[in-house]
Ligand binder design. Sequence first.
Ligand SMILES: NC(=O)C1=CN([C@@H]2O[C@H](COP(=O)(O)OP(=O)(O)OC[C@H]3O[C@@H](n4cnc5c(N)ncnc54)[C@H](OP(=O)(O)O)[C@@H]3O)[C@@H](O)[C@H]2O)C=CC1
Ligand SMILES: O=C(CO)COP(=O)(O)O
Length: 331
Amino acid sequence: MKTVIVGSGSWGTALAQVLQDNHQDVILYGIESSEIEDINNNHKNSKYFNDVLLNPELKATLDLTVVQDADIVLLAVPTIAIESICQQIDPLLSKKVIIVNVSKGFHPETNERMSEVIRRSISPDHLSSVVSLIGPSHAEEVVIRLLTTIDAVSLKEEDSQTIQELFSNQYLRIYTGDDEVGSELGVAIKNVMAIASGILSGLGYQDNTRAALITRGLQEMIRYGTAFGGKEQTFMGLTGIGDLIVTCSSVHSRNFQAGYQIGKENTVENFLKNNKKTVEGVRTAKIVHRVASQHGIEMPICEEVYQILFEGKEPKTCASDLMLRELKREF
Ligand SMILES: NC(=O)C1=CN([C@@H]2O[C@H](COP(=O)(O)OP(=O)(O)OC[C@H]3O[C@@H](n4cnc5c(N)ncnc54)[C@H](OP(=O)(O)O)[C@@H]3O)[C@@H](O)[C@H]2O)C=CC1
Ligand SMILES: O=C(CO)COP(=O)(O)O
């Protein structure tokens, strides 16, 4: 089976190395020639992983036609690029492939989940199914082979099992699942919670506050996810609480780091002006605000993050407004 990984950023590189470690037929496609040369000549992707020496067998290319005879195409680009990359890939495919999604978020205009965008953008003649390979997994840890578990989620069980077997090894363990809605909503919304967690840390709050955020944040994720047909149990798993914990607590998280800067400076201004990293939670906060208001879903933490990012509300005020909401029962 030939796998093409599209996107030579942090997650694409780490996942390509997993397959190379598993002695699979894999190639990494990217658009930045310096990255591709770095991987092929120095066995490094220095832009993302300072001193990490990659598996020397791993090869990268600037030529997208490598997807022509692929069996599996894994898209490791930010959510904003998924639709356009599908449109580039579709005419090049010569048979039905499994498309693996690893992005966490929504289409910026249509609010669709990533699997929905992919199914709409790849012709049925070229698509076996979409498998979302998602869960608590910072690329910085996977690339140095630290133990990690994630889910392969698909409506077609056979394909999720194929991906499970392909990627699993002694440091990466893949579980399968079929709750596409619950899993994809969980991993998208946890990025907004990670921004909130960073903001609270930047403001100087500590462990009690983070525990409160994770617990109440999970309730918001369940409320939103079940409103669209996700199963409550899914939010107790790797794509729910698992991904929420890792992203809200890790210095590797770009969403957490963004929030930290915003909290520390008590304003969003510098972050919005200077950020060049992939921080998916920013766009997700806007979409969750839009969709939750349309459907009357109560999302107080996400709403305060939206207010900070897009309405100029002061982070300190948001934290105290959340604390001083009307008192109520926990469940
Ligand atoms: N990093 C992680 O630990 C994890 C990330 N994810 C998710 O994976 C997705 C990708 O993130 P990540 O790898 O971290 O992001 P990075 O910013 O590290 O890398 C993204 C890569 O995609 C490339 N890219 C952007 N647009 C296109 C395009 N149209 N065609 C081809 N390549 C393109 C970028 O190129 P250039 O730099 O030249 O713009 C860059 O190499 C995100 O949704 C993220 O939430 C999920 C789990 C873990
Ligand atoms: O999704 C991730 C870990 O599971 C990566 O998080 P960040 O995008 O915040 O770095």
